[in-house]
Design a protein around this ligand. Structure first.
Ligand code: SAM
Length: 315
């Protein structure tokens, strides 16, 4: 337990899918004037260095955000900046044809890296904060259980001087969510992004959603999960679909696979090649946003056998 540190994975293809979806969802939800509560049950450390030692273990951003920037937003680099893991293929996407949701994602990440190069990657708390409106009294509620990441998150958030707009708690996000639903204004986005370090996380996500839909059926729920050969991982989106259908609520399910690493030998550990986002009560604009963005993500990030994307909806 607790060996997972998101810093090893920051900016990888899974973060790209998750944060692009989060941005597109929040862009819609914040278009209405009423205050919104965003609850991030598994917040991580908030900000990550892409040029630090920590990420070098996995260097996963090289097959994620770094590749996207090299292909779609080439610009000056500094010597400390890492480069994509493989030569970047030309995806044949003219700047004017970049899907709006992907463009929004690139712009938001670039906003954290104004000095040139790509050294900082924002985690979900900082991504969400960028879209929240102090004047509308939007709120951000963050939960992180890891002692070190919890401390780092608290310190990172303090720098924003956001006052009561943001709260950080070292608590179990699955449990803490119960007391927050329904939110006072009855408008909320709940992001559930566990590490799935222990396989009980899959069952906890289902139980958490089942309970949350009873307390607050009209909330927007966004769940990230890894697509890996493990029965619990296959079962989770099916279970979420059943829960949404039983509650009579619409759902949207997006996956992105970048495929096998062609440089890997048969004995190398494959690492995470695919992940999914499952949303209940998604904004009605999200399906079209992802329909345009997913093929472009695959075109740039796809690297070998098994690369794919999918987008399904119902309800
Ligand atoms: N949401 C973050 C982002 O997108 O930047 C990444 C989160 S990371 C995948 C999962 C985090 O959940 C880890 O930092 C881990 O320490 C934390 N965690 C694990 N179990 C938890 C729990 N029950 N409640 C809150 N946080 C937990």
């Amino acid at each position: 337990m607790f060996s997972y540190r998101h810093a090893f994975h920051a900016g990888n293809h899974a973060d790209v899918l998750k944060h692009l979806t989060l941005i597109a969802t929040l862009a819609h939800l914040t278009a209405k004037p009423t205050a919104l509560t965003v609850i991030d049950t598994h917040a991580g450390a908030g900000l990550y260095r892409l040029d630090g030692d920590f990420t070098s273990t996995g260097d996963e951003a090289r097959d994620g955000v770094l590749k996207l920037f090299a292909a779609l937003r080439p610009g000056p680099r500094d010597s400390a900046q890492k480069t994509p893991s493989a030569p970047v293929k030309s995806p044949d996407i003219a700047p004017k044809d970049i899907a709006p949701a992907l463009q929004q994602y690139l712009d938001l990440i670039a906003g954290f890296n104004t000095g040139g190069g790509l050294r900082i990657y924002p985690g979900s708390p900082f991504v969400a904060h960028q879209l929240l409106r102090p004047e509308a009294r939007d709120k951000l509620k963050l939960f992180e259980l890891h002692p070190t990441d919890g401390k780092t998150l608290t310190a990172n958030i303090a720098q924003l001087e956001a006052g009561r707009q943001i709260s950080v708690a070292r608590a179990d996000g699955f449990e803490a969510l119960k007391a927050l639903l329904p939110p006072p204004n009855r408008r909320a986005l709940v992001l559930i992004d566990p590490s799935y370090e222990v396989k009980t996380d899959y069952a906890k996500v289902s139980a958490c959603i089942q309970d949350a839909l009873k307390r607050f059926a009209t909330g927007t729920y966004a769940i990230w999960y890894p697509v890996i050969p493990r029965p619990e991982a296959h079962e989770l989106p099916r279970r979420l679909k059943t829960l949404a259908t039983q509650a009579g609520k619409p759902w949207l399910h997006a996956t992105l696979s970048i495929g096998q690493d062609p440089t890997h030998g048969p004995d190398d550990r494959p690492g995470l090649t695919a992940s999914g986002m499952f949303l209940i009560n998604p904004p009605h604009t999200l399906k079209e946003a992802l329909r345009l963005a997913l093929p472009q993500l695959q075109a740039v990030l796809g690297r070998g056998r098994g690369q794919d994307h999918s987008l399904l909806s119902g309800g």
